[in-house]
Design a binder for this molecule. Structure first.
Ligand code: NAD
Length: 488
């Protein structure tokens, strides 16, 4: 159905500093109403070719600017986005389905911070030098930008994750061709409108909109794009790895997770319960770092479950633009059906659904009846080998199970193909360090969740990814190092 009351928003690609229309378009839905409200260019090889050409042409000038010059431009862009924070937050909420509160307090502030952070960090890198006096040699390393970076991002944290790639890529002197998710393209398009004013030269940042199969793959296969930074699903990453292999491309892959929370019997439940609710249901559970397997030590299992379920029931689901709402709409009808199907499978296997989907009723405002909403859902008595405990669900669904010993829980927590993030709840310092070291997880949060220092590495192990991002890691990824030896 079409929203006739409002004019359809039509996006255009941004190539060589200009907005250019596309010959065909894809419909984009407002997840909270189910209406088509926006049309996104359905770019393919031709559009990607034009964008790569523009990025290549801009590279010599941009890469020869000093870090300070680039830093000033990134800071200006951060200021401009921050100035329009409310408009960006409204757009992100409408396009993605997330609550306006989350967009205002997490997505857009972080997008601003991504530019500020890399504007600062690029000023502080140093390279290495060693001496070999016995043979009269000095060795040093020099780092240079790689060229045109291909950046591909997902729909869950649209501007947040795209700018987490654009900022370090251009700070290091690369030029970029970015492709946001076809389902959430609006804020990237809005950012393009600010680039000229920020002083970003034409061709330094190009954005092509479209699907993964067409636009994304054209970018991955382009011979003049030596580097791809991708955030998305493990399945897509496998395809990207295959497609880029003939070109020997440098890849950074930030993928899915099946993140455990481990709650020991000495945990402070007054902190653990509210944080674990957030880690399970924030952004509708559509964060790669969300908890979806909660292991609770037997002695506190029933108390935890009782309190956790009582609090989960208080989460308000509804119109994302209502600032009192905690859970907005899921990204799409297909995704909602997929998430629901996991709850059904769990039930069929004999698990107990304690609240949410199929158990409680969901009352939605009149305008949101066709939106893609779902209640926060807690499942107990699920077997470790169940698909609900093994596969990434990526929705507001979490499983709670009991454990007895430290060794046992580490084995079970590690018993999935993923290894992105874990949380550990305990007041025993020794145990916290011991468990953190043994978990197969790129990130371990103890007695907290989602507190990030962008200086430090971010990324997953096993099927959760290859490579890390952060001040030093992103610098290393987005530059090519050379070792130079001088004999004197
Ligand atoms: P997705 O893999 O379907 O899509 C991600 C991006 O890749 C989109 O822009 C898409 O158009 C593009 N794409 C799809 N097929 C492609 C192809 N063949 N070639 C090139 N590009 C292609 O993922 P999604 O559904 O948009 O996002 C959800 C997934 O992202 C979840 O698995 C989630 O865990 C993961 N994620 C990971 C992180 C992290 O940092 N580790 C962060 C957020 C999301």
């Amino acid at each position: 159905t079409m929203a006739h009351s409002e004019a359809l928003l039509v996006l255009e690609n941004f190539i060589a500093g200009k907005f250019v229309p596309c010959s065909s378009y894809i419909d984009s839905y407002n997840p909270s109403t189910g209406d088509v409200y926006c049309r996104v260019p359905d770019s393919g090889k031709e559009e990607v070719e034009a964008a790569v050409k523009a990025a290549k042409a801009a590279f010599p000038i941009w890469s020869s600017k000093s870090p300070l010059e680039r830093s000033e431009i990134l800071n200006k862009l951060a200021d401009l986005i921050e100035h329009d924070l409310e408009a960006f937050a409204q757009a992100e909420s409408k396009d993605q389905g997330k609550t306006i509160t989350f967009a205002r307090t997490v997505d857009i502030p972080r997008a601003v911070y991504n530019f500020r952070f890399f504007a600062s960090s690029i000023l502080h890198h140093t390279t290495e030098c060693t001496e070999m006096t016995s043979v009269g040699c000095v060795h040093y390393t020099s780092r240079a930008p790689v060229g045109v970076a291909g950046l591909i991002s997902p729909w869950n944290l649209p501007l947040y994750l795209l700018t987490w790639k654009i900022a370090p890529a251009i700070a290091c002197g690369n030029t970029v061709v970015a492709k946001p998710s076809e389902m959430t393209s609006v804020t990237a398009w809005m950012m393009c409108k600010l680039l000229e004013k920020a002083g970003v030269p034409h061709g330094v940042v190009n954005v092509v909109f479209g699907t993964g199969a067409k636009a994304g793959e054209a970018l991955v296969c382009h011979p003049d794009v030596p580097l791809i930074s991708f955030t998305g699903s493990t399945l897509t990453a496998q395809r990207i790895t295959e497609k880029s292999a003939p070109h020997c491309k440098r890849l950074s892959l930030e993928l899915g997770g099946k993140n455990p929370a481990i709650v020991f019997d000495d945990a402070d439940l007054s902190q653990c319960i509210p944080t674990t609710l957030r880690s399970s249901f924030a952004n509708q559970g559509e964060i790669c770092l969300c908890t979806s397997r909660i292991f609770v030590q037997r002695g506190i299992y029933s108390e935890f479950l009782k309190r956790f379920v009582a609090e989960a029931k208080k989460w308000k689901v509804g119109n994302p633009s209502d600032p009192t709402v905690d859970v907005g709409a899921l990204i799409s009808k297909e995704h909602l059906e997929k998430v629901r199907s996991y709850v059904k499978k769990a039930q069929a296997e004999g698990a107990r659904v304690l609240c949410g989907e199929g158990v409680d009723s969901l009352a939605l405002p009149t305008g949101n009846q066709k939106g893609y909403f779902m209640l926060p859902t807690v499942i107990a008595e699920v077997k470790d080998e169940s698909c609900c405990m093994q596969e990434e669900i990526f929705g507001p669904v979490t499983c709670v199970v009991a454990f007895d010993t430290e060794d046992e829980v580490i084995g079970r927590a590690n018993g999935v193909k993923y290894g992105l993030a874990a949380t550990v709840w305990s007041s025993n310092v020794g145990r916290v360090h011991r468990v953190a070291r043994r978990l197969q997880s790129g990130l371990v949060w103890t007695n907290c969740w989602l507190i990030r220092d962008l200086n430090l590495p971010f990324g997953g192990m096993k099927a959760s990814g290859i490579g890390r991002e952060g001040a030093k890691d992103s610098y290393e990824f987005f530059t090519e190092v050379k070792t130079i030896t001088i004999k004197h």
